[in-house]
Design a protein around this ligand. Sequence first.
Ligand code: NZQ
Ligand code: ZN
Length: 346
Amino acid sequence: MNSFVYENATKIYFGRGGVREHLAEAVQAFGKTVMLAYGGGSIKKNGIYGEVTEALKAAGKEIVEFSGIMPNPTYRKVLEGKKMVQENGVDFILGVGGGSVMDCCKAISMAAATDKDVWKEYWIERGNVDFEPVPVGVVVTVVGTGSEVNGEGVITNEEEKIKTSRNYPRCNPRFAILDPEYTYSVPPLQTAAGGFDMLSHVMETYFSAPDGDNLSDAISEAIMRSIIDNLPLAIEEPENYEARSNLMWASSMAEIGIIKLGKRCDFEAHMIEHQMGAYTDCNHGMGLAVIHPAYYRRICKDGLAKFVKFAKNVWGIPGEGMSDIQLAYAGIGFFPKLVDLIIILI
Ligand code: NZQ
Ligand code: ZN
């Protein structure tokens, strides 16, 4: 394995009733005024908003609301959030939602704590974060990105037509509340998209160097098998706790850094999807589901042994009587088959 240094600053509360049990205590240390940030309103329909505001009030917090964070959050929205934090003396940002809400909150936490143009200095350039961002905590309501356990923020600059990410450990959420029941109301198509996103995170890591036997890849194989097993189940039975909880933890495990230890991680399919998203505003996971099979068919000859291992260990193809290239193609071929299965279920 390559050398590494590992640290993850996010405290995780996993399980049913997490907001009711832990939120009031989790926010206690962070000052009086909390900016409650969320998306287009799903949290008001499924009851999450009520549970969160109740816990914040029980903790004696003053709540400032910041709503309307869109999928693929824009830099314009980040600047809107920065203004709200500064004008209201916000001490703590609580993001309640998926990757878009969490990423936007992280970028706001940087923007609100400096006079610099963070897009130019920290997203286009890789600036040194020589200041303390406003602390962020998250309550996850849709899984896939793993944003809850890293310092990454993916932001779209609509004017420049660039969607890009940066991972600053100082932006790691101070805590993440993961209640699988909060994802019961996620529609099938978004559940599938999130499933592909997490699968993509693991595959992009797994197929990066080094390729010799290593523990990170062995853990990756287990995570991929779990996603493949649980994704159709969660779509068929949206309130299946085991399936939703396995997916929720797989999503975090893919991005918490453990499987990336000792790996290079070029994330090529993600780079393609992000730029496609900058022009089309497409759903992130759906974009990846289209890009991956085509991309892997193109590159698999250059890493044949790994694609053979993937076909056997992840998809369970025995491979008797098949050449390596046939086996590699069969493994990649299962990916669109999973898409077909999901389309049938939806
Ligand atoms: O906005 P609301 O009304 O809340 O609806 C959302 C949104 O329309 C809905 N939703 C969320 N929770 C729900 C729910 N609907 C019903 N019930 C619930 N409990 O789901 C829709 C999608 O939400 P979004 O946050 O956009 O999805 P996702 O989590 O897939 O995030 C996508 C963004 O994250 C970035 C992507 O590029 C994209 O911008 N990524 C972030 C990463 C990171 N920070 O580590 C890594 C990823 O590779 C990815 O690039
Ligand atoms: Zn992704």
